[in-house]
Write a protein that binds this ligand. Structure first.
Ligand SMILES: Cc1cc2nc3c(=O)[nH]c(=O)nc-3n(C[C@H](O)[C@H](O)[C@H](O)COP(=O)(O)O)c2cc1C
Length: 186
């Protein structure tokens, strides 16, 4: 069985990301085809990237980098739960991604986004980043609207059809996560 991380992509006080990620986690936990874990980048207290050597060389010097690297290394696939900040992803998520390299390679990812336009522009940006990290990003994605999936733009009340979208996205991420695991083992 593959190991899949649901990554909480905002560290903002009062963030929506944790509520959305927990909803994804609760849906994913009902499945029997992957081991699921919630990963909160906030727990890793990552400063703005402070490693002197580019991560692609894998020479990590700081304890926070080594802890973060060990966590991400343990997974075969990821679901990034991302807000949209100024038509891109949050600085916190980009920083956490930039810290590592090999730990991301030859794995699969899917996206759950939210925003006034479903967070789609953030996901388009993330897809460009995935290419450089050699992460295979799946087509299916979950787009939550601040207008219709949050009451008064605050309380998270996702429309029922989104549960299907989460499972469709997970089907693809888990399939590719399993396929790419064999590549890493080979
Ligand atoms: C710095 C900043 C920029 C934002 N820019 C956008 C944007 O470009 N598009 C959008 O749909 N929402 C935007 N928003 C609203 C966010 O979608 C909303 O605040 C959401 O709750 C942020 O996710 P978080 O609560 O998990 O941090 C922005 C919010 C912040 C704080």
């Amino acid at each position: 069985m593959i190991k899949l991380a649901i990554i909480i992509g905002s560290t903002r006080p009062g963030r929506k990301a944790d509520t959305v990620a927990r909803w994804v986690y609760d849906i994913a936990k009902k499945r029997r085809d992957a081991e699921i874990e919630l990963v909160d980048i906030q727990d890793f207290n990552l400063p703005l990237l402070d490693e002197p050597i580019p991560p692609s060389q894998g020479k990590y010097s700081k304890p926070h980098t080594k802890t973060w690297a060990a966590k991400i290394d343990a997974f075969d696939a990821f679901v990034f739960v991302t807000p949209e900040y100024n038509h891109g992803i949050s600085g916190a998520l980009k920083n956490a991604i930039d810290y590592l390299y090999r730990e991301w390679n030859n794995k699969a990812a899917g996206f759950v986004s939210y925003g006034s336009a479903g967070g789609t522009r953030a996901v388009e940006q993330l897809r460009l980043v995935m290419g450089e990290l050699q992460i295979a990003d799946v087509r299916a994605q979950v787009m939550l609207s601040l207008f219709t999936d949050f009451e008064n733009f605050t309380a998270f009340k996702p429309a029922p059809h989104h549960e299907n979208s989460v499972n469709n996205m997970l089907d693809q991420v888990i399939a590719w996560g399993g396929a790419l695991k064999t590549l890493r083992q080979g």
